[in-house]
Design a protein around this ligand. Structure first.
Ligand code: PHE
Length: 460
């Protein structure tokens, strides 16, 4: 399986290499599995009408997301720098100019925007660890839990505080460069999260709403689809897999040459999808059993899961553990959102890792205040897509990530010569390479373009 990237084996990363393939798999899994799976996926499904959204999301994950993930890791491993420098180097190497650097810039900017709101929601998760531990969900009905949530997010000082705590921890980890130690914990965290979801699934099956939940999640009603919903499903596929912004590219830069990009990507994508579907299978039965609204929005998970924890024997303990694991999953994703920007700042401004992390973290924290206020003071704002949070999410997930992904696909499929790409993607697995090339050259770029054009109403 040894690969012979000649130019490449001589090029080593500025930030060291992963000690092993396992460390890399864990890092990418840690980046992919996060709030996107458990917080965002269920509420997006709920707001976009259920099954049809799920079908489009699944198609996008496997037809667009997976090949782009492979491409991104491949480009990262060839460039061995931060995403911006990688795209500059590879552009020069393949076509002699630096214009492809734009893909890296879009990615770094997207990560920046996403982390600004991601940290706020991760802060909610942290706060809910303590609520669960204090047994705040016991003896409370759906209205009580919903009121608790509204009062919580309606207080900008409280959620601002938790946003600050989360961002501080993230900066700390990135500044000290101790991610690799942390990634090892993913080995325990992801299976533990799965286990707790299975426990909750047991509760959901017995909730009385299981069939309704199942139908909502898996019975597609395609008449509910429109261009915007398809765009959201595609955007979410990018978001949940962490592709389109250089996260996995930055990680790929540290990947040993003999690791199979194909196998690693497939494993990560399957695990990520499984966790999201499981979260949906837990949430919607409880929604319908309690006659609640699936289209509740970003607060959905925080209003539904506490209901289950409030009623389960040992719910206080399970709830605490669950929100703790989710906070942790959010942390490993947040690190990957910050890494491209920090690596770029270090390499371009010759700052120390510590200074770079603190400066970048502070600016992201500041931007995050707008998301903090989106659930109170600015709640009724209707600028473009709504609140600042709505706009940041829309711009990053629905525009920047697909655009970044499109550029990665075009570069990997069309610009990079096939010698380079077949060299990187196990040549032994010929048919997989051909499938990747077909998807990357034609299917993924065409799909992204069509969805974009459809969303802006070109086909109406
Ligand atoms: N994929 C992460 C999640 O689902 C979020 C993320 C997006 C992380 C983009 C890195 C880059 O929570």
């Amino acid at each position: 399986m040894a690969n012979s990237g000649v130019t490449n084996s001589q090029r080593s990363s500025l930030h060291g290499n992963w000690s092993s393939k396992l460390a890399f798999i864990l890092a990418v899994t840690g980046a992919a599995v996060g709030l996107g799976n458990i917080w965002k996926f269920p509420y997006m499904v709920g707001m976009n009408g259920g099954g049809a959204f799920v079908v489009i999301y699944l198609v996008c994950v496997f037809v667009i997301g997976l090949p782009i993930m492979m491409s991104e890791i491949m480009l990262g491993r060839r460039g061995r720098r931060n995403p911006i420098a990688t795209m500059r180097i590879l552009g020069k190497e393949e076509v002699g100019h630096e214009k492809w650097v734009l893909a890296g810039i879009i990615g770094v900017f997207a990560g920046f925007l996403i982390l600004s709101f991601y940290s706020v929601i991760a802060g909610w998760t942290l706060a809910y660890v303590f609520k669960a531990a204090a047994n705040a969900f016991a003896n409370t009905d759906a209205t009580g839990i919903s009121n608790m949530f509204d009062a919580f997010v309606g207080n900008p000082f409280v959620i601002g505080f938790w946003h600050t705590v989360f961002m501080t921890v993230t900066v700390f980890v990135v500044a000290l460069g101790v991610e690799q130690g942390l990634e090892k914990a993913v080995q325990i965290m992801v299976p533990a999260l799965l286990l707790l979801l299975l426990l909750l699934l047991g509760y959901a099956i017995n909730s009385g709403g299981f069939m309704d939940g199942l139908r909502f999640l898996f019975q597609p009603d395609f008449s509910k689809l429109n261009g915007e919903i398809v765009l959201s499903a595609m955007g979410h596929a990018f978001f949940t897999l962490s592709v389109g912004m250089g996260s996995v590219m930055a990680y790929g830069a540290y990947l040993p040459q003999d690791a199979s990009i194909v196998r690693i990507s497939a494993a990560v994508v399957v695990a990520d999808t499984l966790i999201a579907l499981l979260a949906g299978l837990v949430i919607f039965p409880i929604v319908f059993a309690n006659q609640l609204d699936p289209a509740e929005g970003p607060g959905l998970v925080f209003q539904i899961l506490p209901l289950a924890f409030g009623q389960l024997a040992g719910g206080g303990l399970f709830g605490t553990l669950f929100f703790l694991l989710l906070s942790f999953a959010a942390l490993t994703s947040a690190i990957s959102l910050m890494e491209p920007t920090v690596a770029w700042v270090i390499e371009s401004f010759r700052l120390s890792r510590k200074t770079a992390a603190i400066v970048v973290g502070f600016i992201i924290w500041l931007l995050g205040i707008l998301t903090v206020l989106s659930f109170s003071t600015l709640k009724d704002m209707k600028l473009f897509k709504g609140t600042p949070f709505d706009n940041f999410d829309y711009l990053a997930s629905n525009i920047l990530l697909p655009l970044g992904g499109l550029m990665v696909a075009v570069f990997a499929g069309w610009i990079m010569c096939s010698d380079s790409s077949s060299d990187e993607l196990d040549p032994a697995e010929g048919y997989i390479y051909r499938a990747w090339r077909l998807l990357t050259r034609f299917v993924a770029p065409a799909a992204v373009l069509i969805v974009f054009l459809h969303a802006i109403g070109v086909f109406e």
